[in-house]
Ligand binder design. Structure first.
Ligand code: ZZB
Length: 279
């Protein structure tokens, strides 16, 4: 499976500038506290820190509104070199090391360990997103054994991403998230038009299949497949540099552009080899 690894930069200065009171508003999870703690900071040094998300749909990066992590999933902060560190699962870091993405081939250098909870509320800069700052949010369905364990969210074209945002907003207290991390990014802005679902494929599919929450996993899997197919075979870009082009044409072009700009990289997942090392 060839993914595109998307680099979402942690806005460390913004995080540090947040007043203590504001950082503590999420019960049980002081926002980003761990990432900016003295202990972790000393390990990270002057490196820029990125959450890295694996996607099959680089052409949808124009619609990013947030990033998702699994709250109980263990993540590591891995040194890429002296200037960058990436946040992902250990399993992904090992794959990356063998794919030559880190300074020393086959070697991983872990700077810190975090739980997904430690990342919730962390502000990010996402490439091609119309928003300057997006936030890290919790999602129940994030798999620790797929991709990097970090998922970038495109609610216009991913039913899972859309319904999770709705869930979080409806039950902000239960999920321990701030509405201000969600409300400014809704409703989703259209980025791709399909003949099946019109301008906001994910929203239409969620309505059509009467999906109520992230717990409707069966219907969500169906919706994902329908929206994938519609986007791939009949999607036309309505925003960005390749507006007017079919998705099939835009996909490799957006990918190449992101990689050229240092905002993404090729990341492969050895199929059928994902069973042995979970978490
Ligand atoms: C952005 C995006 C935009 C995605 C979209 C989908 C869609 P697959 O086919 O099952 O491999 N994803 C990546 N990693 C994980 C994970 N660890 N746990 C849960 N979900 C994950 O699916 C790959 C897609 O699943 C990725 O592409 C990512 O979401 C998510 F408009 O990234 B995608 C109709 C789907 N649309």
């Amino acid at each position: 499976q060839e993914y595109t690894g998307i680099k979402l930069q942690v806005l460390l200065d913004d995080l540090r500038a947040q007043p203590e009171g504001e950082r503590d508003t999420v019960k049980g999870a002081p926002v980003g506290q761990k990432l900016t703690s003295a202990e972790v900071s000393s390990q990270i040094g002057n490196r820029k820190v990125y959450l890295v998300a694996a996607t099959l749909r680089p052409e949808t990066m124009y619609g990013q509104t947030n990033c998702y992590v699994g709250v109980d999933i263990p993540y590591g902060v891995y040194a890429v070199n002296d200037t960058e560190a990436w946040v992902c699962t250990e399993r992904a870091a090992r794959n990356m090391a063998f794919q030559g993405l880190f300074e020393e081939k086959g070697v991983i250098k872990k700077l810190a360990t975090l739980k997904g909870w430690d990342l919730v509320g962390v502000p990010l800069s996402a490439p091609l997103s119309p928003f300057q700052k997006v936030y890290t949010l919790p999602m129940e369905g994030v798999s620790p054994t797929k991709g990097t364990g970090v998922v970038t969210s495109v609610p216009s074209d991913s039913p899972d991403d859309y319904i999770t945002l709705m869930d979080l907003l409806k039950k902000a207290q239960y999920y321990n998230v701030e509405k201000k991390w969600i409300e400014p990014f809704l409703p989703p802005r259209p980025i791709i038009r399909t003949k099946e679902f019109g301008d906001l494929s994910a929203v239409r599919a969620v309505e059509q299949l009467k999906i109520q929450s992230q717990k409707d996993t069966k219907q969500l899997a169906d919706a994902k497949e329908m929206v994938y197919k519609a986007g791939f075979y009949h999607g036309v870009m309505t925003v960005g540099e390749f507006a007017g082009k079919p998705v099939q044409e835009a996909k490799p072009l957006v990918r190449a552009e992101l990689i050229k700009n240092g905002q993404a990289f090729a990341y492969c997942e050895p199929e059928g080899l994902v069973i042995s090392r979970s978490g």
